[in-house]
Design a protein around this ligand. Structure first.
Ligand SMILES: Nc1ncnc2c1ncn2[C@@H]1O[C@H](COP(=O)(O)OP(=O)(O)O)[C@@H](O)[C@H]1O
Ligand SMILES: [Mg+2]
Length: 324
């Protein structure tokens, strides 16, 4: 499989709330702080981590919706973080996003048919006389009746709306879809249906999917690989089964422990570890995880941990050997 996306040592910063635009000592929020990951064509990568760790910011940077402060985002080998207008235009033609809240993601004044037709027109996917047929085809593809084309988003259920959101992403015929918490707002049974739909679409099309979630059970079901994010960095990454069976990073282990202990079907709690996740405004020195890590050594306070490779797996910790 060829590598479609390569993120290397990416940094994204925001001005901290309260510091003025002309404040010379303007403080920065390091939302993404040296994140690296890879996604191959046709592969599904889960991106997990506590709320606020930088998942959405990383996703938006990949789609060129956030400015970056350093690092590279190679899409098909071209660095989009420093891409030309033509490169970014190509990125827009080959990537799509599915959002968390299907209602606010759809224009309430347009009908479902108009929403999908607009993407087809803007992206020049089919000739004008074929737009209607393609809209019907897209609705079919996501398991909706073509008659729904005349309806407005508010007359649909949350699950139906999210199917429209997926149809809109597919209208682009993208090579990469980024789904940011796209089932989090749905009832559990509807979540299952949407996951099944994504599994089916992934089989039928050669789609790469970056699936952001804080639900590890969904990752286990849907994803080939998983990347675990902590305070702006990927701390462990690898095939789902390897990572779930024998986590190497203490943070990954804590996340997995927190679902295994309670009930395998349960969602990952927002706070799986003791203590608050530290703020990206004041990143801890050395390994960012050391204040919450029960395996921390004095050195973890001072220096960044090394990255180890183990087969298809990478993890960044001072301990190269299994701790669990
Ligand atoms: N537009 C923004 N301006 C300032 N800070 C932001 C902005 N977007 C995100 N952040 C901050 O960046 C950090 C990461 O946020 P986010 O990427 O949304 O995390 P996640 O998706 O993992 O919950 C948080 O501390 C958040 O408050
Ligand atoms: Mg988010």
């Amino acid at each position: 499989m060829t590598t479609l996306l390569q993120v290397k040592d990416l940094h994204v910063q925001f001005p901290a709330a309260g510091s003025g635009l002309f404040d010379l000592r303007q403080r920065k929020v390091s939302a993404v702080n040296g994140a690296s990951l890879e996604l191959k064509a046709g592969e599904t990568l889960g991106l997990v981590g506590e709320s606020g760790c930088g998942k959405s910011t990383l996703a938006r940077a990949i789609l060129h919706l956030n400015e970056t402060a350093g690092g590279q985002i190679l899409f098909d080998g071209i660095d989009m973080a420093h891409g030309s207008k033509a490169d970014i235009a190509r990125l827009r033609h080959e990537t799509a996003m599915i959002f968390q809240d299907p209602y606010t993601a759809l224009n309430p004044r347009q009908s479902i048919g108009q929403i999908l037709a607009e993407v087809l027109r803007v992206q020049r996917k089919v000739p004008a006389q074929q737009v209607e047929a393609r809209v019907a085809e897209l609705l079919n593809l996501v398991g909706l009746r073509p008659e729904l084309a005349d309806r407005k988003p508010r007359s649909l259920s949350g699950g139906q709306c999210q199917r429209v959101g997926i149809a809109r992403a597919l209208a682009i015929e993208p090579r990469l879809i980024v789904a940011d918490e796209c089932v989090a707002a749905l009832d559990v049974s509807i979540q299952g249906q949407i996951i099944n739909l994504l599994l089916e679409l992934r089989e039928r099309m050669d789609l790469a999917l970056l699936f952001i979630t804080h639900d590890l059970t969904v990752v286990r079901r849907l994803c080939d690989r998983v990347a675990v994010m902590y305070l702006g960095r990927i701390v462990e990454e690898g095939p789902v089964r390897d990572v779930f069976d024998s986590p190497r990073h203490p943070y990954t282990a804590a996340l997995i422990q927190s679902i295994a202990d309670i009930d395998p079907a349960r969602r990952l709690p927002e706070q799986p570890l003791p203590g608050e996740p530290p703020s990206p405004l004041h990143l801890p020195s050395g390994c960012a995880f050391h204040p919450r890590c029960r395996h921390a050594l004095p050195v973890c306070r001072e220096t960044s941990p090394p990255t180890h490779s183990l087969g298809a797996r990478r993890y960044t910790c001072v301990h190269p050997e299994p701790l669990y």
